[in-house]
Design a protein around this ligand. Structure first.
Ligand code: ZN
Length: 467
């Protein structure tokens, strides 16, 4: 299909929702499906979040205690895993008085849930009401979770409530950057349009598609873009390099699914001409958070779940969550593997008494380890000019003290990789200087936009070093 033909087809589909497009939509993540998204629970939960965001901290905590007690009583009665654990620990959920009362219970992690998965499913919810969603396995262990329609609606209402801080509503004209690769070997589609949504496939972020996508976006005039930071950064980088112009229609760029590095944020804001809004969440639905009207800090939404902070080495904390919205497969004290530093008991900008943190410093796997066991955060304040000729990069570690810098470049010369390494060492110094690096050229076909991206491909078990 030639360029003109693709554009013509694109314009036509502004008016017609084709059967094929509908089928595409059906395969989208649950929250973009009409049926799941806007039922009574969605509307009720949206209204509840709107009202309760004005509550003071005491009232929010009282609400959390109540939710926690209900959830734990349900778990103790109907979820075999907790029935067993509560018995072992002599734990009585009905006696919960304060949030700290759950601290007697052990933590969960992905491996425990995965190994004992059938035991985590509530026995009082009919099988036909269970909806399965799978994590994409950034940490290498994909996990299949069950929820219900209510879970999905509450989750989606939380997301809409959060994104509404920058004016987003489900009716907003939006471009979604996402992978369209599907199971079963079917060809991923490059783009689809339905109603006020334009989907651009992250599998096609290369010539000649990029120029078409820029053209489509300029015609479609979306108010919002949503996608993984890595994907939208790759797109922005192309626009910048080719000196293309985006129509300047954006009100906000919503980044989901991965931690966001400062250099990505700067690049995207510069190119897209709009504020980057940060969203933090997970398929396990234990914790959800994001920015507010004016601040980038992550606000953890207390109505969604209880967030605990487990201290690790060097003032880092691991986020541990107990989600209130999933009764089909409740996760209690779930270690997310996500790390942050300082927690405030409220946002000084908007005044909401929610726990906030300036940044998610990455996942447990986002650290390098020196030969003597010191950890080095690679949440890098990189000067993104060093990335000019670099398609992508990743640090790979399987032995403490040593790391590979894997670089995808457009040009052959190794000097770009050398400059990047120098910048990484500058950003991670002084600790990072103790690491021995090897540069590995990966060619010019950078395909990492198809999967979740993290700067470090960490093979070591970081919990052994962090505690
Ligand atoms: Zn705020």
């Amino acid at each position: 299909m030639g360029t003109i033909e693709i554009i013509r087809k694109f314009i036509e589909s502004n008016r017609v929702i084709e059967r094929a497009v509908r089928e595409g939509v059906e395969r989208l993540p649950l929250r973009f499906r009409y049926g799941i998204s806007y039922g009574p629970t969605f509307r009720y939960w949206l209204a509840f979040l709107k009202e309760s965001e004005n509550w003071d901290r005491e009232r929010l905590e009282a609400y959390q205690v109540e939710q926690l007690r209900d959830l734990l009583m349900h778990a103790g009665k109907t979820v075999p895993y907790y029935r067993r654990v509560f018995r072992e620990y002599g734990f009585k959920p009905e006696e919960i008085q304060i949030l700290d009362d759950i601290r007697v219970l052990p933590y969960l992690d992905k491996t425990i849930v995965k190994t004992n998965r059938p035991e985590f499913i509530a026995t009082n919810i009919p099988k036909k009401r269970l909806i399965a969603v799978t994590t994409s396995g950034t940490t290498g262990i994909p996990l299949s979770m069950y929820g219900t329609k209510e879970t999905e609606e509450k989750h989606w209402a939380t997301v809409v409530h959060l994104w509404n801080k920058i004016g987003y509503s489900p009716g907003s004209r939006t471009v979604l950057f996402e992978s369209t690769a599907r199971e079963g070997g079917e060809e991923p589609f490059p783009w689809k349009k339905y109603g006020n949504k334009l989907i651009i496939s992250s599998n096609y972020l290369k010539d000649p598609w990029m120029d078409l996508f820029i053209e489509m976006i300029n015609r479609f005039k979306p108010e919002y873009a949503i996608g993984f930071p890595q994907t939208i950064a790759a797109f922005s980088s192309y626009v910048k390099r080719k000196k293309r112009i985006l129509g300047g229609c954006f009100k906000g760029i919503i980044l989901i699914g991965e931690q966001v590095y400062a250099w990505q944020k700067n690049l995207i804001e510069g190119v897209m001409g709009a504020r980057v809004f940060l969203d933090y969440g997970m398929v396990e639905k234990a914790i959800h958070g994001g920015g507010c009207e004016h601040a980038d800090a992550y606000h953890f939404i207390p109505q969604y779940g209880l967030t605990e902070y487990v201290p690790l080495q060097n003032h880092f904390n691991e986020l541990v969550g107990t989600g209130f919205i999933n009764y089909a497969m409740p996760l209690i004290r779930y270690r997310t593997g996500d790390i942050c530093r300082h927690i405030r008991k409220g946002c000084t900008v908007c005044g909401r008494p929610y726990d906030t943190t300036a940044a998610i410093d990455g996942r447990l796997c986002d650290f390098l380890v020196t030969a003597d066991g010191q950890i080095v955060s690679v949440h890098l304040p990189l000067d993104h000019r060093v990335l000019k000729h670099i398609e992508g990069f990743q640090l790979y570690q399987e032995k403490a003290g040593e790391a590979e810098l894997r670089v995808w470049t457009r040009r052959k010369e190794g000097k770009h990789a050398g400059r990047l390494l120098h910048e990484i060492q500058r950003c991670t110094s002084p600790l990072g200087r103790d690491l021995v690096y090897k540069i590995v050229a990966m060619g010019n076909e950078h395909t990492r936009t198809q999967t979740k991206y993290s700067v470090v491909d960490q093979q070591l078990d970081m919990r052994n070093f962090l505690q």
